[in-house]
Write a protein that binds this ligand. Structure first.
Ligand code: FMN
Length: 326
């Protein structure tokens, strides 16, 4: 595949980890980097959280030796987003500034943020705001969008043209509308049209869960890369499979249950380093079951994992899983 360049940043490969609130913290990003991911993106960061110096926001921005890194910002108006851009550029070590213009969550769109930017009556404001952010940023600016607000308002193609004119370096398109949230199917036809409508790189996102999915989507849309969210959740090997395929054309197999246990333990350990035992255990109670989906006994493991209260509990379940499958 052609080299993917975002402003002055050249990616090793075109596999991008999708930003996911509550998931793509430093621990998870560090792990997926080890699997070869070309670019990782933080959880979405609130402009107001930055401006008011919110501790939780600062914690979410923890990063170390993680290159290239994209920070995703969300906000609902030009003034505060520009202010937040200055704070990020002056105080944090990162490579790309990504703007969240796709989040469907009610609380977010109520604040005029996320996919609210895709509304037809905001296109002038969108141009004005993104242009000001591009001017304020010392880093290349990218934007992540959905295809529109709802079925009757598919604005993505016009939005892409506006974003290109405003000076952004790349657009990632999740092929769903805001009103779809995560249901229904991804509309790759609109993603293809987005790609055809601009000269900057366009990344396809939505339901790419295997190498075959990636090949099919890239061939059909002509996009410059892929963004992977839920498919890599509990399956970091998917990133390795994709990266290996793009670099060498070779196919890496699925991971074994023992390997899944190792990945899950690694995720736990990285999370514990970042957030301490209590929070790591609480967060992994929900996340760990993804590693065992599709394996025999997955339901029982989920039950056991949801009861863990400490690292000891957690690691005992990991040992049990291995013992039961010897
Ligand atoms: C738990 C969760 C959290 C998410 N958080 C964000 C976010 O913070 N910013 C964003 O732009 N998209 C967010 N998304 C959307 C994903 O980045 C991605 O667009 C979507 O999941 C579709 O891709 P997939 O089918 O590969 O998962 C989130 C998705 C999930 C499932």
């Amino acid at each position: 595949m052609k080299e993917l360049k975002i402003g002055n940043v050249v990616l090793d490969n075109p596999v991008i980890l999708a930003p996911m609130a509550g998931i793509t913290n430093f621990a998870y990003r560090k792990m997926l980097k080890e699997f070869g991911c070309g670019l990782v993106v933080t959880e979405m960061i609130s402009d107001h959280g930055l401006i008011y110096g919110n501790d939780e926001t600062k914690n979410m921005l923890y990063t170390k030796d993680e290159k290239p890194l994209s920070i995703q910002l969300f906000g609902g108006d030009k003034e505060s987003m520009v202010k937040a851009t200055h704070i990020l550029c002056d105080n944090y070590d990162f490579d790309i500034l990504d703007l969240n213009m796709g989040c469907p969550v009610l609380k977010v769109v109520k604040g005029n943020s996320g996919s609210s930017w895709l509304k037809e009556d905001r296109q002038e404001e969108l141009y004005d705001t993104v242009k000001a952010i591009v001017e304020a940023s010392t880093k290349p600016v990218t934007v992540k969008i959905r295809i529109g607000w709802d079925e009757s308002s598919i604005t993505a193609i016009e939005t892409c043209k506006i974003l290109e004119k405003a000076g952004v370096s790349l657009i990632a398109v999740h092929g769903r509308t805001r009103s779809q949230f995560y249901s229904g199917s991804t509309n790759y036809e609109i993603i293809k049209k987005c790609k055809e409508s601009v000269n900057i790189p366009v990344i396809a996102n939505g339901d790419i869960n295997s190498v075959d999915d990636a090949i099919r989507v890239l061939e059909y849309t002509g996009c410059d890369g892929i963004m992977i969210g839920r498919g890599a959740l509990g399956n970091p090997n998917l990133i390795r499979q994709l990266v290996t395929y793009f670099k060498t054309g070779e196919r890496v197999g699925e991971s074994t249950l023992n390997e899944q246990v190792e990945y899950c333990k690694k995720h736990y350990n990285y999370l514990m380093e970042l957030k301490g035992e209590f929070r790591a255990t609480a967060e992994m109670r929900g996340l760990a079951s993804h590693y065992f989906k599709g394996f025999e006994g997955a339901k029982a493991y989920r039950g056991r994992l949801s009861q863990c209260k400490s690292k000891n509990d957690f690691m005992s379940v990991m040992e049990e899983i291995i013992a039961q499958n010897k």
